[in-house]
Design a protein around this ligand. Structure first.
Ligand code: PBG
Length: 454
């Protein structure tokens, strides 16, 4: 694991495959005094006025905040590597991209300090917004069907990136793992999975209400068949309202929380057509629900955790596979051996430049194991993020434990299954996911959930 002697920047070009642009030499060092160092945003794109301070970032500081760029005299053996991070434009996507950028920068700095690297590298990211199809499509989330609408355009830019012009180049993309199709994308690889944020779903209800105290017949908004089915199983009397839109829009559906929808509420009142183009489904109105269900992770990252009126434990509501985890995706040409099974080992994966080295240092192994099991399950069931399937894996006392629920869309029927493995590597985690999927298929999961298995 330890990378004691890394090639110095001057020898790196040897490792860079043809087609990969050689990086410029170390960027000019910011002359600002160390005590004026910002806690975030530089050189990551400036924070937007409505974006909250970063929370949940372990050591969420740029290398500059560590004083690395300011040490005087400047170390001549330190190289600075700047990459372009492609992101969607939603508040959640921007926040997640910023968190990921800062986490990679700081964890790589820590990693090198820990291993006493003499030839320290600083890896920094600049955000570049890419408009994606999922942001303009309308219609209920469940019928958008094919997973990956949000990721497709971003991935295309990443794939094009090697040959793209300077203005269009993208070197990395940050995805919510739960929105990412479970099949691998040829040419790309998830080089790091960041430490998982709280994986649970949350109830955001009016007047502090919980699942137990919501009055009979309450209207609860969600666009997710998985959440709808589990809600119906817990509270058959609830009226489930199909909603979509970004996190703010969805919070704004709760009576009393209309202002969280932000400017979109105004848009909706003034122009019927823009409303439909932006927010899809039918006759949606803000404040028309008693509660909505959202991921704790997204609410936390957006600084809206205090709106949560109840945390829904996985024993009651299993989250979506991958929920709470961020996937950092790059071209597979960043590694000499990009096989996902060996990405945990830098000596075997052999990153070709600083980006790959930094990502391997930022990877969180337990999270990688958990989401490998959850996504292998999903893949074996040939189900996407719109399927009524909840799954959660985590390491308990040296075992990776995977719990799954497969529901009928109306929530009247459920299959539950839990199994574990002691093999704490990616292939072992994937085998667990496949085994649990096959057990569930034996139990009749395909007919129950309306899965379309070949
Ligand atoms: N489908 C939208 C989406 N994709 C990822 C998250 C939450 C962030 C995460 O899973 O880490 C959300 C919002 C939500 O479901 O409430």
């Amino acid at each position: 694991m330890a990378r004691r002697s890394r090639s110095s920047p001057s020898t790196q070009p040897v490792l860079i495959p043809p087609g990969l642009r050689k990086l410029p030499p170390a960027a000019p060092v910011d002359a600002a005094p160390a005590d004026a160092a910002p806690t975030n945003t530089t050189p990551v794109a400036p924070a937007r006025p409505n974006t909250p301070p970063d929370r949940g970032v372990r050591a969420g500081r740029s290398a500059r905040a560590y004083g690395l760029s300011h040490t005087s005299p400047i170390r001549r053996d330190m190289s600075h590597h700047e990459y372009i991070l492609g992101t969607r434009g939603s508040a959640l996507a921007l926040t997640q991209s910023r968190i990921a950028a800062e986490t990679v920068t700081s964890l790589y700095t820590e990693h090198q300090a820990h291993h006493g690297a003499a030839d320290a590298e600083v890896v920094d990211f600049t955000l570049r917004t890419v408009k994606t199809e999922g942001d303009v499509l309308t219609g209920p989330l469940a019928t958008l069907g094919g997973t990956g609408v949000f990721a497709a355009a971003l991935r295309q830019r990443l794939l094009d990136g090697e040959n793209a012009s300077e203005e269009n180049r993208v070197d990395m993309a940050v995805h919510s793992l739960k929105d990412l199709p479970s099949a691998p994308c040829p040419g790309l690889v998830i080089a790091a999975t960041l430490k998982r944020e709280d994986p649970r779903d949350a109830l955001v209800a009016r007047d502090g209400l919980t699942l137990d105290t919501l009055p009979e017949g309450s209207r609860v908004g969600t666009g997710s068949p998985r959440r709808a089915a589990q809600l119906r199983a817990l509270r058959p009397d609830l009226e489930i309202v199909d909603i979509r839109g970004n996190v703010g829009t969805r919070i704004g559906r709760v009576k009393g929380l209309e202002e969280h929808a932000g400017k979109q509420v105004v848009l909706r009142q003034n122009t019927e057509t823009s409303e439909r183009a932006d927010h899809g489904v039918g006759t949606e109105r803000s404040g028309d629900c008693d509660a909505v269900v959202l991921a704790v992770s997204g609410l936390k990252r957006l600084g809206k955790e205090e709106l949560i009126t109840e945390y829904l434990d996985p024993t009651r509501m299993l989250p979506a596979p991958g929920q709470g985890a961020l996937a950092l995706e790059v071209r597979e040409s960043e590694f000499e051996n990009p096989d996902p099974a060996v990405l945990a080992d830098p000596e075997v994966a052999r990153p070709v430049r600083a980006l790959g080295r930094a990502l391997l240092a930022a990877n969180h192994h337990e999270t990688r194991l958990a989401v490998s099991a959850e996504r292998a399950l999903l893949r074996r069931l040939e189900a996407g993020c719109a399927a009524p399937i909840g799954a959660y894996a985590h390491v308990v006392e040296g075992d990776l434990v995977l719990s799954v629920v497969v529901a009928s869309p109306d929530g009247t029927d459920m299959l539950r299954h839990t199994s574990a493995t002691a093999e704490l590597d990616v292939p072992g985690a994937e085998r667990l996911g496949v085994r649990v999927a096959e057990d569930l298929l034996q139990m009749g999961a395909a007919a129950l959930a309306g899965l379309d298995l070949k």
